[in-house]
Write a protein that binds this ligand. Structure first.
Ligand code: SF4
Length: 427
């Protein structure tokens, strides 16, 4: 009997994405020698094009935390943070990041990450962002610049809100970036970066919307977290991002033309039995096991809210190079974390209808208040409006103590049985 572990199947875009991210971590590790400066910032409301317009390198602590979770390092980092007094209720991305810092700031690829040259706190709806960078400011003694993004309380972006953000970009953020980079703001350079973002965003949206097709050629949650990796992290505005999204689109076009479903860790999905929409972030510590539970049932996620956390491009927003600061303001204002409950509910209902989903599932993450608050209300309201059944499961982002495989599998099996009964007209 063979004892070798099963071979995990990856499509070529996934391999390319991993290489891009690893190369970025390597470049950061070398930065103390190369003299490149960096900016720590958050995924929702990230100003990657503006950062790169000053030849600065973005560092996203949430990406570091999720990568640490996927590579089995988060348990020990969280334990270190809790030992240092951070409570069990604190967002586990924060604790994972603090534990990583206390362990010498060794990044997910095993190389040391540089200390921040600037903390760019782009505040888009999650209060934890404020507290997180307050701690990093104390630990690293790094300068902080804050961009306050008004919450979309009424579900709209007014001209006044846009002007308020643009003013801060001009008067606070740009001067701070000029200071640490030693470069003057170059609007033509920013416009070039924004034009490349737009190209990549067009291809990403095409890929995400390919899930309207039957069978869906992608999994828009488990598979799509790889797809959004470059655009949500350090690569928006780069030639690498343009190349990656063009190649990804071609790969998905081929799969769709051949009538194939998504590539899962076990290989090509043989049959699409259920189409579901998912709300909430995935669990990273048991990511593959979690995905496999869907694969075992023949369930494909056709749309998800999590893959919009770094931009809701599928509803039409694109970075506009002709209005560089205004478009950055609109981007920040439109982030998923900055949307109110009615907007989030509308989004889920729209996905269920447009992607012809059989139902929807909420993965309620223990430590993320930004996503989890109000999810039971969302569940009831989306069920009422669409008539499609909702399911509720619970796990965590990067704390393995809160991933209970037997419990989750049980709930998923019951949920899919219920979908079967609905199909056959039962109650
Ligand atoms: S609470 Fe949620 S949105 Fe806020 S930092 Fe943590 S994971 Fe991100």
């Amino acid at each position: 009997m063979s004892t070798s572990p099963p071979v995990v199947q990856k499509d070529s875009s996934q391999i390319r994405q991993k290489e891009m991210i690893a190369a970025h971590f390597h470049r950061l590790a070398l930065s103390p020698e190369t003299g490149e400066n960096n900016v720590y910032t958050f995924v929702p409301g990230n100003l990657t094009e503006l950062i790169r317009a000053f030849d600065l390198l973005p560092v996203l602590p949430e990406i570091n935390a999720l990568q640490s979770g996927m590579r089995g390092k988060s348990r020990e980092y969280i334990a270190l943070a809790e030992k240092a007094g951070h409570s069990e209720d604190v967002c586990t991305y924060v604790k994972c990041d603090l534990g990583m810092m206390k362990s010498g700031n060794i990044g997910p690829t095993g190389e040391r990450l540089p200390d921040p040259d600037l903390l760019l706190l782009s505040y888009t709806g999650c209060f934890t962002f404020l507290k997180w960078f307050e701690i990093l400011q104390q630990e690293y003694k790094a300068p902080v610049v804050m961009l306050h993004v008004p919450y979309q309380g009424d579900g709209t972006i007014t001209p006044h809100m846009r002007d308020y953000v643009v003013e801060q970009l001009r008067d606070k953020v740009i001067p701070a970036l000029e200071e640490i980079s030693g470069q003057a703001y170059d609007e033509a350079k920013l416009k070039g970066l924004l034009a490349r973002s737009r190209q990549a965003e067009d291809d990403l949206v095409w890929v995400l919307q390919s899930a309207r097709h039957r069978p869906s050629p992608i999994d828009a949650y488990f598979g799509a977290v790889y797809y959004v990796g470059p655009i949500f992290s350090a690569f928006r505005g780069t030639e690498e991002a343009v190349g990656y999204y063009r190649a990804l689109r071609e790969e998905v076009e081929e799969r769709m033309a051949a009538g194939l479903g998504p590539v899962t860790p076990e290989g090509q999905l043989a049959e699409e039995r259920y189409r579901v929409v998912v709300e909430g972030p995935p669990n990273w510590t048991s990511f593959r096991e979690f995905w496999q539970m869907f694969v075992d049932e023949g369930a494909v996620v056709v749309a998800s809210t999590y893959t919009k956390v770094g931009g809701t491009y599928d509803f039409g927003f694109r970075h506009d190079p002709e209005h560089p600061l205004e478009t950055l303001a609109d981007y920040c204002l439109g982030c998923y974390t900055n949307l109110n409950f009615p907007s989030r509910i509308d989004m889920l209902c729209r996905y269920i209808e447009e992607y012809q989903a059989d139902g929807f599932l909420i993965n309620s993450v223990k430590s993320c208040n930004s996503f989890s608050a109000g999810q039971l209300l969302i569940l009831r309201e989306v069920e009422r409006r669409t008539g499609r059944p909702g399911g509720f499961i619970e796990s965590d982002l990067v704390d393995p103590r809160y991933f209970s495989p037997a419990n989750i599998k049980n709930r998923l099996e019951s949920y899919f049985q219920m979908l079967d009964q609905k199909r056959s007209g039962g109650h």
